[in-house]
Design a protein around this ligand. Structure first.
Ligand SMILES: [Zn+2]
Ligand SMILES: [Zn+2]
Length: 67
């Protein structure tokens, strides 16, 4: 079992609503959400990916081997 803590600020669901990013499935809270066209994502990269698909390959390489 893993805690669903926001990847941005580390908060849990106790105080804020933490939801999973529709793109990468990472948990994030609404305080850290990146809003694109009315939808919330964990980051700008995921928002862009959702609407524009893969494209810009600038930065955003935060893929950890574990997890
Ligand atoms: Zn957060
Ligand atoms: Zn994401």
């Amino acid at each position: 079992m893993e805690d669903r803590a926001c990847v941005g600020c580390g908060t849990s669901e106790q105080d804020r609503t933490v939801t999973a990013c529709p793109v990468c499935k990472k948990p994030f809270c609404f305080a850290c959400a990146w809003q694109v066209h009315g939808k919330n994502f964990c980051s700008k990269g995921c928002g862009s990916f959702f609407f524009f698909g893969e494209g810009e390959d600038e930065t955003g390489a935060d893929a950890d081997p574990e997890g």
